[in-house]
Design a binder for this molecule. Structure first.
Ligand SMILES: [Cu+2]
Length: 153
């Protein structure tokens, strides 16, 4: 057998194994933190995201001076909260199905918020929507943003 054929066969044997590894670890999704996006100023993009259980999400510090922090009482029970540093990427792995809402701490009053639904699960959606009524009372602009995002789930 020729050398190149041997290499090809090795590659064909190894490649499916790599795919299985990748699947076990879940996919990664990127949410950009922006001063200006298609949805307005001070936005996460995409602000509404649906992922599978075990997937990870990287909040990317595309523009500086933003962070991502999960909102208390607005993530599934037993889910791990997160609180990213300003101007830093943060990657979270979402292992609990349900709805997650998060904000950018310095721009919370500007409704810089986002939502993620994990595993097509809406069991805590009503809880999150109820809590959103209190959160949005602090918004000085984009008052309907959080409601609009949640309505997409
Ligand atoms: Cu921000």
């Amino acid at each position: 057998m020729h050398y190149m054929e041997k290499i090809m066969i090795k590659y064909l044997l190894i490649f499916p194994l790599l795919m299985v590894q990748f699947d076990l670890h879940g996919a990664n999704h990127v949410v950009k933190m922006l001063n200006q996006g298609s949805g307005g100023v001070m936005v996460f993009e995409p602000a509404v995201l649906k992922v599978a259980v075990g997937d990870s999400v990287t909040f990317q510090s595309t523009d500086a001076a933003h962070n991502s922090a999960s909102l208390p009482g607005m993530i599934p029970e037993n889910a791990v909260s997160w609180n990213g540093q300003l101007s830093r990427d943060i990657t979270v792995t979402l292992t609990q199905p349900g709805v997650y809402a998060y904000q950018c701490t310095p721009h919370s009053m500007m409704a810089m918020v986002g939502v993620i639904q994990v595993g097509d699960d809406a069991s805590n959606l009503e809880t999150v929507k109820a809590k959103a009524q209190m959160v949005k009372s602090s918004f000085v602009m984009n008052q309907t943003r959080l409601d609009d995002y949640l309505a997409e789930l």
